[in-house]
Design a protein around this ligand. Sequence first.
Ligand code: AMP
Length: 397
Amino acid sequence: MNYLNKKTIEDVDVYNKRVLMRCDFNVPFDETGQISDTRRITESLKSIGYLTDRKARVILCSHLGRPGGKFNSKFSLRPVANYLSEILKKDVKLSGDVAGSNSKNLALSLNEGDVMLLENVRFHRGEEKNDAEFSKQLASLAEVFINDAFGTAHRAHASTVGVTEYLPSACGYLMLKEVSTITKALREPKRPFVAILGGAKVSDKIGVIHSLLEKVDTLVIGGGMAYTFMNALGYSIGTSICENDKVSLAADIMASAKDKLVKFIIPVDNRVGTEYSPNTEFKTVQSDSIPEGWMGLDIGPKTEVLFKEALNGAGTVIWNGPMGVAEWEKFSNGTFAVIKAVVESDAFSIIGGGDLAAAVKKLGYAEKVSHISTGGGASLALLEGKDLPGLTCLSDK
Ligand code: AMP
């Protein structure tokens, strides 16, 4: 799939036009209700600025969480509208409905360079169904559509796909940056090319493993998914997370890596606990001898060294999914150690997935990673070579 020839925000006439722009403002919140990571919002500023500089009347829209097709104040985009008002230093009004009469009136009242935000598109039942009526309703608010929501590019919804039937459509700067950075790294990687995969499940990443095996020099596996591979090697893995129906597939993947001369590395030791809890008793054990009643919750110190060695001299690193339950302090060491190793390797580094992005931010290393993707699922789909409907539907140049 070639997405690099899609029309961009610079290829459509936006001057003085009403422009509907789909963003990914699906941001995380802390316990006090504050946005805990504003990156998805700040990353959209380049496109917003381009539009307001050209006197466009900007109508932003996004989803937030999974409200299930009806209004739920818990998923309101109010905090995002407030934050946008603050950083844009202008009043960003939030509509009271999604593309209804209130949105229409607000859109019509916009002056040159004004910005408004529609309420959560997933408050409407038509959004996730890619409903034609709802798509038409959304499109009727504007004259041009820009998709800057890389994080939802792998979903065919009304505000990402349906709306493009009715408006001239192009991608925004964030979409362009994400797609070109990841695509170029895959097509012309500086070698050695190392991929690191972690997170909970092998099943989520089978496609991407197969695709990366064709391209990388080294594949490093950590996190919960590593235990299915250890099981395939006949190791006792205690009560570690394991997908029993994927054990033979894990064996096939390791055999395929051998055939393709891809270095395949899994943990040699692990931090294990007796229960799945941040306060569990814990110790470090070798991978081939996890005791009965103990579960692997992070890679161990020897593995940290092993993974660091694998990254030594790397030219390109692509990483998705944490090395353990990084959101718990006791089991964050492995992920933090690998983040440091990636940064110190001087490789061109691409990191995807919310948990990993949060860990990088916690370490204060966000500026040291070459590219932190705003889309976990979308970046995996792109790595896998899958169709991204939100991009496919945009016109070619
Ligand atoms: P994913 O969304 O697939 O990237 O997975 C991220 C999740 O994997 C995080 O919430 C981690 O807590 C979880 N995870 C990572 N390592 C383990 C492990 N060893 N056991 C259980 N869950 C894990």
